[in-house]
Design a protein around this ligand. Structure first.
Ligand SMILES: [Zn+2]
Ligand SMILES: [Zn+2]
Length: 141
């Protein structure tokens, strides 16, 4: 009998079917079979059937802690963008741009989750910039 069970085996990304490499995203509201997304699909706000892009999620990785519940995918991205736009430390303007969170929440969340996780934030921002670049290139043709 072939025992094909492998504890390290995981389903592919639901969005693009690619093999998942860490860090990837697990929806905590969809189940029971795990709803997993790669970072690209996650940052695009991929939605499928019951799964909505504002579902709560966990970042699945052995290297990064899970981000806080109460922050949606859009809010995480919006926070990163607001900090890029307004400048690090300008929490008043960041909160104004965010609308859904206070100055203290923005600062606390950013300091806790991104300052200690430079790799995670730069991964998201790199993806974002790559997509901006690709869409600009596509527009000119
Ligand atoms: Zn994907
Ligand atoms: Zn979901």
């Amino acid at each position: 009998i072939l025992n094909k069970y492998d504890p390290f085996d995981k389903p592919p990304c639901r969005g693009c079917s690619s093999y998942l490499v860490e860090p990837y995203i697990k929806c905590v509201e969809c189940g029971p079979s795990p709803f997993l997304l790669c970072l690209q699909c996650f940052t695009r706000g991929y939605e499928y059937k019951k799964h909505q892009s504002d579902h709560k999620y966990e970042i699945m990785t052995s290297d990064f802690p899970v981000l806080e519940p109460g922050w949606t995918a859009q809010e995480e991205m919006a926070l990163l963008e607001a900090v890029m736009d307004c400048g690090f430390g300008n929490w008043q303007d960041v909160a104004y741009q965010m609308r859904t969170k206070t100055k203290e929440e923005c600062e606390g969340h950013y300091m806790k989750n991104f300052i200690n996780n430079p790799l995670f934030s730069s991964t998201l921002l790199n993806l974002r910039q790559m997509e901006d670049h690709l869409s600009r290139t596509a527009d000119t043709h």
